[in-house]
Design a protein. Structure first.
Length: 144
């Protein structure tokens, strides 16, 4: 139960931050990506606002064996860059750049985004469902 409460509070804080910062507005995100045009640097402040508290959290968790709800922390990911990370990053970035939304803001925009937001979420879910079998094929090709 405690984990659910913490998850709900964290999700609510994240969503409120997205709304207050304007990151659910696709023109803000597209403005960030328009480096050679009407560049909008506001996303950099949002990213910086996220990175600073996360640095503090990481520092504090290195001294703990378990989380506040008593569960062990996940192991650190492999720092090597593999083909799956590179391909996935390119696909994620292409989708983000074309639409101006990443998953968090896309879900937040469902309340006001109209049909476009719903279509985006459905397509995102479709991509998530298609990814595992595609990954198997990519892994096979990489092993050749």
């Amino acid at each position: 139960m405690q984990r659910l409460v913490i998850s709900a509070l964290s999700g609510g804080l994240f969503g409120a931050g997205l709304l207050v910062s304007g990151m659910t507005d696709t023109t803000k995100v597209q403005g960030w990506l328009d480096v050679f045009g009407a560049w909008d640097p506001t996303l950099a402040f949002v990213l910086g606002g996220a990175i600073l508290p996360m640095l503090v959290a990481w520092h504090l968790t290195t001294k703990r064996a378990v989380s506040l709800v008593g569960e062990p922390f996940p192991s650190k990911p492999d720092p090597r860059l593999g083909h799956n990370l590179v391909i996935g990053s390119v696909l994620f970035g292409a989708g983000w750049g074309l639409v101006g939304l990443c998953p968090g803001p896309a879900i937040a925009s469902l309340s006001w985004g109209g049909t476009g937001g719903i279509v985006f979420i459905l397509a995102m879910i479709g991509g998530m469902l298609a990814a595992p079998p595609i990954r198997v094929q990519v892994d096979r090709l990489a092993a050749i």
